[in-house]
Design a protein around this ligand. Sequence first.
Ligand SMILES: CC(C)(COP(=O)(O)OP(=O)(O)OC[C@H]1O[C@@H](n2cnc3c(N)ncnc32)[C@H](O)[C@@H]1OP(=O)(O)O)[C@@H](O)C(=O)NCCC(=O)NCCS
Length: 487
Amino acid sequence: MSETAETRGPVTRRRRTTITSTKQTKRQDAREKPSPCSAKEKAADKVQKHANNNGNVEKEMGKSTQQCHNLQESLLSSASGYSNYRGILNWCVVMLVLSNARLFLENIIKYGILVDPIQVVSLFLKDPYSWPAACLIIVSNVFILAALYIERRLAVGTISETTGLILHLFNLTSLLIFPSASILTVTSITPVGGVLSLGTYTVLFLKLYSYMDSNKWCREIRHAKAKRMTRSYSCPIVAQSNGSAANTNVSYPGNLTHRDMYYFIFAPTLCYQLNFPRSPRIRKRFLIRRLFEMLFLMQLLVGLIQQTPFPLSSLILPLAASSQVPNHLIWLIFFYWFFHSSLNFVAELLQFGDREFYRDWWNSETVTYFWANWNIPVHKWCLRHFYKPMLRKGVNKFLAQTAVFLASAFFHEYLVSVPLKMFRLWAFMGMMAQVPLALFVSRFLNGNYGNAAVWISLIIGQPIAVLMYVHDYYVIHYGRKTEAALI
Ligand SMILES: CC(C)(COP(=O)(O)OP(=O)(O)OC[C@H]1O[C@@H](n2cnc3c(N)ncnc32)[C@H](O)[C@@H]1OP(=O)(O)O)[C@@H](O)C(=O)NCCC(=O)NCCS
């Protein structure tokens, strides 16, 4: 066995990212580990020189061909410590592009070009002179201002905590009932307009709930410090570490202003706090890049949605397979468009400092890791205002998690069923199915198997739920004739 081989093995094993020829590796090893081999190698070099000098080249060549084996693991075995799969990743991307190009060509040949920019307008408006969704969004200001005025009354003590809570609960319940009642009764609102306005109201519901909770915590702290509090409500801030901040830090109830409230309403977060972390300046290049991404990806999404064939047969499950890949791609593009491009664009514009809108959900080995990492604004809200308060009250962890998923299932169903005016519970069941799925994956699968299970649930599960709604919507609105024609 050669000396180089002896220095290898588990003790000296290190993570390899590339593979080189044995000669190169030997040379590299020699460079990286000068001692104790260097002395021996120097001696060996001397011997070699001497041998060459003596013209004994043939003998030396014989020696090196004899020592052609090293103690080493196969590259694909985990013990080799090899980790550079960049080439494999590129291969996956090439295969993905090629297979989708085939699907795309087949789609064009079969259905022709379905992308129609004019049709996009009709998704938002039925009548160009009637904008019910936009009106609904404008009316939402009433609820925002109501929350602010309730908080102001609570801060000065003109209403009691109980009255304040009742008023807030009334405001929050109206926030959910008013838009859904409007969408269900106003005939001129389109499903897309309905989703947008209902989405806005749902976000407002979560934000105003957080506003109510956070201000209550501030009052509790203020009561605790009441005797010592004599100073004014706001104080000038110390310059921040980057030296550029000219903001002022506010303390309760100096935060109860229209400006503070509307900053929170437009900020890309669902959790209220006094004095959000702020970025020092607006980076113009970053902003423009995000804007281009937003515009380009929006066009791409609309084009892909219009071009994707939706199986309308009653044999929905086998036919769903044909639209799973485009469906999943649409979802992935939506993720990037919303969580990276759009939220970063808004954050940059508002100099909102906390940009953690998502974490590495793509590495999820459990279903709970996925749900705790793909949509951070919602997850943060769930933890801060629902999950942790329940745990603190002594609720069992499994029950608390189930309650969070139940609430999430309600909102998913609410956001789909009301705009479509069709109550099917597919979204609700899909969300509730996450609880047993999470239990199954965490119990029986781990590592790469767990990660594969999460991906499979995303690739198969989510498109099936979408297709169920699309199928039922078409059958209700365009009748069985369309279904028969499209099979
Ligand atoms: C249910 C859910 C909140 C659980 O999240 P999780 O991160 O797996 O929960 P964990 O049990 O690991 O605990 C999370 C936190 O609670 C804390 N915690 C745990 N037990 C606690 C207790 N008894 N008291 C107080 N805090 C506790 C943990 O320390 C941890 O705190 P940290 O975040 O500051 O580290 C999460 O899965 C979720 O958000 N689900 C719904 C997501 C959703 O519907 N998204 C919609 C996207 S469209």
